[in-house]
Design a protein around this ligand. Structure first.
Ligand code: 3HC
Length: 283
């Protein structure tokens, strides 16, 4: 199946980065947000990234103009009707996704693929509320989506071989390296990354070391590009909490139980870089 037009649902940190990546790769891309204010904010973030790439010579003026032509924003789901593939990147809330998937299923042409960028929720459950479960899979990007090389392709028990093959080719056409994972909470990366991040929060809670020393230790001791608290702020404390809860729900393994400090910070609106405050202050 040939993919020409891509629909991205959600223009937040991940959805915006995914839409940017698709447009940069030459796909006609429509990104949908729930209201104009959120859409404008998301599109402005993409525009800023393109201006930065232009100023660094990573995009010529002509390439930048062509790339901009490929991207359109909308607040109407109907504008995605003729897309060949949808990448859903809405909030990590299963109720929200279970409302969206049947609506998309009714709207899209029968051969269109429905891919979720979920980091840890059940893609199987999303596929099960559609009449096309064989065409539903996960396509999980990493933040910042235009820069990080990896995507996880998530296969449910119903996803067809043809869908997996098409998604692998599509991922490569975006310049990404795909890895394949079964639909189990956390897939590959978050199953390993979440215990690391929440262990850092527990260390801080227990007074083992300071925020700055834990970050410095992992940066300089392990050569990680960011320490765990910088990465938590970057990924989002809310996103990390949802991922931890989803994996904990699946396995009931205390390794994944969110530490109280993480929960209290999310309850206080300290989501990290995107809200201006997390473990660090960005105001
Ligand atoms: N669009 C285009 N280019 C971008 C960009 C964007 N949105 N964001 C950053 N870049 C570019 C920069 O312009 C820069 O380009 P240059 O090398 O030509 O100058 C390059 O990326 C590196 O950026 P910076 O110079 O600003 O900063 P760093 O060198 O410190 O790199 C980083 C930033 C790539 C984010 C690096 O710190 C890193 O790899 N951090 C770890 C990120 C990570 O682990 N992500 C995965 C999180 S887990 C996840 O997302 C899963 C979820 O489900 C929880």
């Amino acid at each position: 199946m040939e993919i020409r037009k891509v629909g991205v649902i959600g223009c937040g940190l991940m959805g915006g980065g995914i839409a940017q990546t698709c447009a940069q790769s030459g796909y006609t891309t429509v990104v949908r947000e729930v209201n104009q204010e959120l859409l404008d904010k998301g599109l402005a973030r993409i525009e800023a990234a393109w201006q930065k790439m232009e100023s660094k010579g990573k995009l010529t003026t002509q390439q930048a103009a062509e790339t901009r032509e490929h991207l359109r924003g909308t607040i109407n789901l109907e504008d995605l009707a003729d897309c060949d593939v949808i990448i859903e990147a809405v909030i990590e809330n299963m109720e929200e996704k279970l409302r969206l998937y049947p609506a998309l299923d009714r709207l899209l042409k029968p051969e269109a693929l429905l891919l979720s960028n979920t980091s840890s929720l059940s893609v199987t459950q999303m596929g099960a509320v559609t009449k096309r479960p064989g065409k539903v899979a996960g396509l999980h990007f990493f933040n910042p989506a235009p820069v990080m090389q990896l995507v996880e392709i998530v296969r449910t028990i119903s996803t067809s071989d043809e869908t997996i093959e098409t998604v692998q080719q599509f991922a490569r056409s975006l310049g990404k390296t795909p890895v394949l994972a079964k639909d189990t909470a956390g897939f590959i990366v978050n199953f390993l990354l979440i215990p690391y991040l929440i262990s850092a929060v527990r260390m801080l809670e227990n007074g083992v070391a300071s925020r700055d020393d834990i970050d410095t230790a992992m940066k300089l001791g392990c050569g990680y590009p960011m320490g765990p608290f910088t990465l938590l702020d970057y990924v989002g404390l809310d996103t990390t909490l949802w991922a931890a809860e989803a994996i904990y729900d699946e396995y009931k393994d205390p390794l994944y139980a969110p530490p109280p400090l993480l929960r209290r910070m999310v309850q206080s609106g300290y989501y990290g870089k995107k809200s201006g405050k997390g473990f660090y202050d960005y105001q």
